[in-house]
Design a protein around this ligand. Structure first.
Ligand code: PRP
Ligand code: URA
Length: 209
């Protein structure tokens, strides 16, 4: 699949299996979402540009590397995307954080916007859009559209679990987007839930059901 990275790392496989388990507590679920997000970000940020810097160690002065180029913005899709923020900020604490509030209508599965607050200079930033679940792809596609409408040209989408239908939707609506998926599951069920999936990510993170 073009522009899609699917992770095949033992740590991600292991943590994902515990995450999916119906008996995993909200506390452990939140911790796992953060840990998996950090592991995924480590790879998704591999192409960050570097610049030379001069550093004086206690022994000598020499040239080393630091991150250069576009600054980062991470944008969680509310609610469930919030669970991924801490994991990314643990690696890039200076990243700005925007928020897009969307909920999926249970009948139509169409996304509805209720909040959008993005960094003023988002057009100049590399955006990492976060949502643990990519099901029909409607929510992520709408969020990408909002970000593009603000002039942003560099967007990566990170999902912990994706359905093939969601990946196809993003590739159709936004072929320029790079996708990072912890894994790709089998299908969607008749209610638009990912099978086998992990259930409702927002409810499991926040303990609302
Ligand atoms: C979930 C999930 C995604 C969306 C995925 O959010 O976190 O945002 O559904 O479905 P889609 O790909 O078919 O659009 P939900 O609408 O349940 O809101 P919540 O995070 O507030 O629970
Ligand atoms: N949203 C979720 O939280 N889980 C799914 O399986 C699909 C959409």
């Amino acid at each position: 699949m073009e522009n899609v990275t699917i992770f095949d790392h033992p740590l991600i496989h292991h943590k994902m299996s515990i995450l999916r388990d119906v008996n995993t507590s909200s506390k452990q679920f939140r911790e796992l979402v953060e840990e998996i997000s950090a592991l995924m970000a480590y790879e998704a940020l591999r192409d960050l540009p570097l610049k030379d810097v001069t550093v004086t160690t206690p022994i000598a002065t020499s040239t080393f590397k630091m991150i250069a180029g576009k600054k980062l913005a991470i944008v969680p899709i509310l609610r469930a995307g919030l669970g991924m923020v801490g994991g990314i900020l643990s690696l890039v604490p200076s990243a700005r954080v925007g928020h897009i509030g969307l909920y999926r209508d249970h009948e139509t599965l169409e996304p509805h916007e209720y909040y959008c607050k993005l960094p003023e200079d988002i057009a100049k930033r590399q955006v990492i859009l976060l949502d643990p679940m990519l099901a029909t792809g409607g929510s992520a596609s709408a969020a990408i559209r909002f970000i593009k409408e603000r002039g942003c040209t560099s967007i990566k989408l990170m999902n912990i679990i994706a359905a093939p239908e969601g990946i196809a939707r993003i590739q159709k609506d936004h072929p320029d987007i790079e996708l990072y998926c912890g894994c790709v599951d089998e299908k969607l069920n008749e209610n638009g839930y990912i099978v086998p999936g992990l259930g409702d990510a927002g409810d499991r993170i926040f303990g609302t059901k």
